[in-house]
Write a protein that binds this ligand. Structure first.
Ligand SMILES: [Zn+2]
Length: 243
């Protein structure tokens, strides 16, 4: 979109906050057409907490809780999304078999600092992948910790694809997921979801170091009334692999 931007102007745009999602704010007013103005890469979810959003090369995919992946129309809305125009600052390849914790540690050793933002693209062959997608919720909306108990988990072996996501510093923990948050899409665009674990095989990592962050806050009264004080331990329980 804004391909004329130099990398120093690169910005992460985020709609709503992770704590709002945690508090059950599942109906945003921003649509994909609007998100496309802010970025061609990222992740999120859809209104009603209907599946996992994976954004790559300006395509917005939904991984539904039945595992089906579909390209989404511009009028689909989101209650939480994080996007940027991805520009590679640094890339490296490796063939070690790393699980998610080791993969995150390995990428961290290649970050200039843990105090700025990063968009991360991890592409290649995975020996194993474990993802999830949460089914669409109905009103009255439960908290995310309760909705996530109904998540469907998918496991894949020897699969080619891309992990898209972000690294946020720990000091951002009430706003976004601190550390890495990654969503998967297979090369054939038939499988995906929120990443719970993996074992890498033959991987290329691209890192986009970003110094600018802009929030787009909801205008709805339902957002104004939220408590927004979910502890990090609860977010970890929702976003990490606990089995
Ligand atoms: Zn996610």
């Amino acid at each position: 979109m804004s391909s004329s931007n130099s990398s120093s102007q690169n910005v992460i745009y985020q709609y709503s906050t992770i704590n709002a999602l945690s508090d059950g704010y599942y109906e945003g007013e921003i649509d994909i057409a609007t998100l496309k103005k802010y970025g061609n890469f990222g992740l999120g979810t859809f209104n009603g907490l209907d599946g996992e959003m994976v954004i790559i090369d300006n395509h917005f995919y939904k991984v539904s809780s039945d595992g089906i992946v579909k390209n989404q129309a511009d009028n689909e809305k989101t209650p939480f999304a994080v996007v940027t125009d991805f520009k590679t600052d640094k890339s490296f390849s490796f063939t070690q078999k790393l699980d998610l914790i080791k993969l995150e540690k390995y990428i961290e050793t290649n970050l200039d600092s843990k105090n700025i933002f990063y968009a991360v693209k991890i592409q290649g062959k995975f020996e194993y992948l474990k993802t999830r997608s949460i089914p669409k919720q109905s009103k009255p909306y439960p908290r995310l910790i309760d909705a996530s108990k109904k998540q469907n988990v998918f496991e894949f072996n020897n699969i080619n694809g891309v992990l898209v996501g972000f690294y946020f510093p720990n000091y951002m923990q009430d706003i976004n997921v601190a550390g890495f948050h990654l969503h998967f899409l297979s090369d054939d665009k038939s499988k995906g979801g929120h990443l719970l674990n993996c074992i890498t095989k033959n991987i290329n990592v691209e890192i986009d170091a970003i110094h600018n962050f802009q929030m787009l806050l909801p205008k709805k009264p339902s957002f104004f009334k939220l408590n927004l004080s979910t502890p990090k331990s609860e977010i970890d329980k929702i976003e990490r692999d606990n089995k």
